[in-house]
Design a protein around this ligand. Structure first.
Ligand code: GDD
Ligand code: MG
Length: 359
């Protein structure tokens, strides 16, 4: 089961127009990365726990299914079920025959699902959670392990300075079907705050520590960083059909249909989505440009996130930490202060001197 019904408030305004699980990482929706990993681990079916709107967006994306059977389990309208409620809601779809995997849909993790499933089956666990080490655990669920990987303490989002360890809940679990009897039906239930502490008391929660790459894309900086890290591991010199003289500096990723005009310098760390159009003498680095955006001549973009279909005029300056919403428009000659956010479809026609949200 993939949990993907949250609202992604920390990724606004880009999450106003797409669910977190569809944010592209190096031009591929996060959910597609997840499907690919599931398929590699011989998983045959994925149930997406979502709200109606998210289901609509996901179906529209036509993500290659990689041999997976995809089913939807929709939260009731107006009642988000949290992280536990959707599991109970899908009880019939999941069935009681064997342990199953639950994934937070906003996580990129290089973890072997096969390995965690096996670890779960070998132990006495009712739930096994994947754990990884991070520098600052306060934004996450923190676990303390006892003997044989049994979790002896689990605290969701501990206050600063109080986390017992740096081992966090990676947002990947294996649950045995008995879990259904722990979750009340039709209610908002937090797995992390209500169910895991109960399992800890009963000695039924286990941890599975793993070392691979793990990234949460919940905040804009994290989303940008995730793109950067994957670019480092993936980047190859892209082929473009355009014959004009522009410069590409690796690592970069360029999707289909991108046009780049003369004298532009793209990269390092630039990701251009499908059909992005770049004018003459443009500079783009450390940035993610979503599909169909247009960047006018002589503009420079550094450290920014540009939304789908956004139109950036000529001689525009967009720097560190700026987020431009989908379909927004920045007029010619405009400079945006670092950290400026522009809401979807908004138009900016004057310089922004101090970081703010334009809505
Ligand atoms: N269907 C459905 N309905 N899904 C939901 C709902 C809901 O009402 N609320 C949240 N989700 C989904 C989110 O889309 C996300 O994929 C997952 O459940 C976790 O919710 P978040 O809101 O992203 O939680 P978090 O990031 O603050 O914390 C969780 O993830 C951390 C790892 O990134 C917790 O599980 C932490 O313990 C964990 O460390
Ligand atoms: Mg999250």
């Amino acid at each position: 089961m993939i949990l993907a019904g949250g609202f992604g408030t920390r990724l606004r305004p880009l999450s106003c127009t797409r669910p977190k699980t569809l944010f592209p990482i190096v031009n591929k929706p996060l959910l597609q990365w997840i499907f690919e990993r599931l398929s590699k681990n011989n998983i045959q079916e994925a149930i997406l726990a979502v709200n109606g709107l998210t289901a609509f967006h996901i179906k529209n994306q036509r993500i290659p299914k990689r041999g997976l059977r995809i089913k939807y389990s929709i939260d009731p309208p107006k009642t988000p079920l949290g992280t536990g409620g959707p599991i109970k809601n899908a009880e019939k779809l999941i069935g009681h025959s064997e342990p199953f995997l639950v994934l937070n849909g906003d996580i990129f993790a290089e973890l072997s699902y096969t390995e965690i499933l096996e670890a779960h089956k070998k132990s006495e666990a009712l739930a096994t959670i994947a754990l990884c080490e991070v520098e600052d655990p306060t934004r996450f669920g923190v676990a303390e392990l006892g003997t044989n990987c049994r979790v002896k303490n689990f605290i969701e989002k501990p206050a600063k300075g109080t986390a017992p360890t740096n081992l966090i809940n990676a947002g990947i679990y294996v649950l045995s079907p008995e879990i259904f009897s722990y979750i009340p039906k039709g209610k908002h239930v937090s797995m992390e705050r209500e169910i895991f502490p109960k399992l800890v008391k009963e000695g039924k929660l286990y941890g599975h520590v793993f070392q691979g790459l793990w990234m949460d894309i919940g905040k804009p900086e994290e989303y940008m960083q995730a793109n950067k890290i994957l670019l480092n591991t993936l980047a190859k010199t892209p082929k473009t059909k355009n014959r004009s003289k522009f410069t590409l500096k690796n690592p970069i990723a360029i999707d289909k249909g991108v046009k780049i005009e003369a004298n532009s310098v793209i990269g390092p760390y630039a990701i251009l989505g499908k059909n992005v159009a770049i004018g003459k003498n443009v500079q783009i680095k450390n940035s993610v440009i979503l599909p169909d955006a247009k960047i006018g001549a002589d503009s420079s973009i550094n450290g920014a996130l540009i939304g789908e279909g956004a139109i950036i005029g000529k001689k525009v300056r967009i720097n560190k930490g700026c987020i431009i919403g989908d379909q927004a428009k920045i007029r010619d000659n405009i400079s945006l202060a670092n950290g400026t956010t522009v809401c979807p479809a908004k138009e900016v026609s004057e310089n922004i001197l101090k970081s703010k949200i334009i809505c």
